[in-house]
Design a protein around this ligand. Structure first.
Ligand code: ADP
Ligand code: MG
Length: 275
C-alpha cells in the first residue's frame, strides 16, 4: 500500500444556481503516491468539478475531500501549490514571456520573501525544461510556440514546482497524435520516476486505459465504475456512459473500444439502412 495523497468520501458538489442534479454526487475515491489514475467520462459528467474538489478550489457541498491527509480547502493556497502541479484545460499563451520565465512561474510557491529566484530555483527550472524536452525553446516567446510545444512547457512549469502530485485536465484535447502521445507518455513517466500521485482527466478512454493504473468512469456526477482498465472498460459501461454503441477489442492486453456507426447494419456492412 502506498501513501494516500487524495481521498474523497461521498463528496458532493452542487454549483450555486446550477441544475438540481449535483455536478459531483457522492464520489468516494483514493489516489496513492506513485499511481496514475484517469478520470474519464463524457462532457459534462463532472470530471473537472471532481478535480477542483481534489485541488481544494471548490468546497464540497457534502462529504469529505482530503489532500495529503488534510481537508483540501483548509490548505493555504501557496502550501498546496507547492505540492500539486496542475495543467488545466485551456490557457492562452497571452503574456509576453520567454519560455524560461513562464516555467519559473512554477517556482512561485517556493520563492523566498524577496521573491528572487535562488540557484536552487533556477536549477529546478532547468531540470524541468530538460525533462519535458523543451530546453531548446528556453528563450522563445511563449506566443510563438506550437500547441504541442506550449503544452509541454505547461507540464514543465508544473514539474518545476517539484510537486508530489500532478493533475492534468484535458491537457491534450487539441493536440495531434504525436504530441498527445508525448504528453501521456511524459505524464506516466513522471508519475513513476518521482512517485507522484497522478490525476489525468480525459475523455480519451482508450489512451487512459493504456497509460493509467486505474480508471474512474464518471457518469452524471457519479463514479459509474472504478478499477483497473480491464475491470471497468466493458461494453455495457461504455455504452451506458457515452450513449453510443461500441465494440470492444484489446491492445497489449488492455481493453480498447471502437465506436460503431449506428446505421452500419451490425456486422461491419457499410451503408445499411442509410439515412
Ligand atoms: P466535465 O469536466 O466532465 O465536462 P464539469 O465538471 O465541467 O464536467 O461539469 C459537470 C456539470 O456541472 C455539467 O452539467 C456542467 O454544466 C455543470 N457546471 C460546470 N461548471 C458550472 C458552473 N460554473 N456553474 C454551473 N454549472 C456548472
Ligand atoms: Mg472538464
Amino acid at each position: 500500500m502506498g501513501e494516500v495523497i487524495f481521498e474523497t468520501r461521498n463528496a458532493v458538489y452542487r454549483y450555486p444556481g446550477g441544475p438540481e442534479i449535483p455536478a459531483v454526487a457522492a464520489v468516494t475515491l483514493s489516489i496513492d503516491a506513485g499511481e496514475l489514475v484517469a478520470i474519464v467520462g463524457p462532457n459534462g459528467s463532472g470530471k473537472t468539478t471532481l478535480l477542483r474538489l481534489l485541488l481544494g478550489t471548490l468546497q464540497p457541498s457534502d462529504g469529505e475531500v482530503l489532500a495529503f491527509g488534510r481537508r483540501a480547502t483548509e490548505w493555504k493556497r501557496r502550501d498546496l501549490a507547492q505540492r500539486i502541479g496542475v495543467v488545466s484545460q485551456r490557457e492562452e499563451a497571452a503574456f509576453p514571456l520567454r519560455v524560461k520565465q513562464a516555467v519559473m512561474f512554477g517556482r512561485y510557491p517556493h520563492l523566498g520573501p524577496l521573491g528572487a529566484p535562488s540557484a536552487g530555483d533556477i536549477a529546478a527550472v532547468d531540470r524541468a525544461l530538460e525533462r519535458c524536452d523543451v530546453a531548446h525553446l528556453g528563450d522563445r516567446w511563449i506566443a510563438t510556440l506550437s500547441g504541442g510545444e506550449w503544452q509541454r512547457v505547461r507540464v514543465a512549469r508544473a514539474l518545476a514546482q517539484e510537486p508530489r502530485a500532478l493533475a492534468l485536465d484535458e491537457a491534450t484535447a487539441s493536440l495531434d497524435i504525436r504530441h498527445e502521445m508525448e504528453v501521456f507518455e511524459l505524464t506516466a513517466q513522471l508519475v513513476r520516476e518521482n512517485r507522484l500521485a497522478g490525476v489525468l482527466v480525459t475523455h480519451h478512454v482508450n489512451l487512459a486505459a493504456r497509460f493509467a493504473d486505474r480508471l474512474i468512469v464518471m457518469h452524471r456526477g457519479s463514479a459509474r465504475a472504478t478499477g483497473s482498465p480491464s475491470e471497468v472498460l466493458t461494453r455495457d459501461v461504455l455504452e451506458e456512459v457515452f450513449q453510443w454503441p461500441v465494440a470492444m477489442t484489446e491492445w497489449e492486453g488492455v481493453p480498447q473500444y471502437v465506436a460503431l456507426r449506428r446505421r452500419s447494419g451490425g456486422e461491419g456492412g457499410e451503408g445499411g439502412e442509410g439515412d
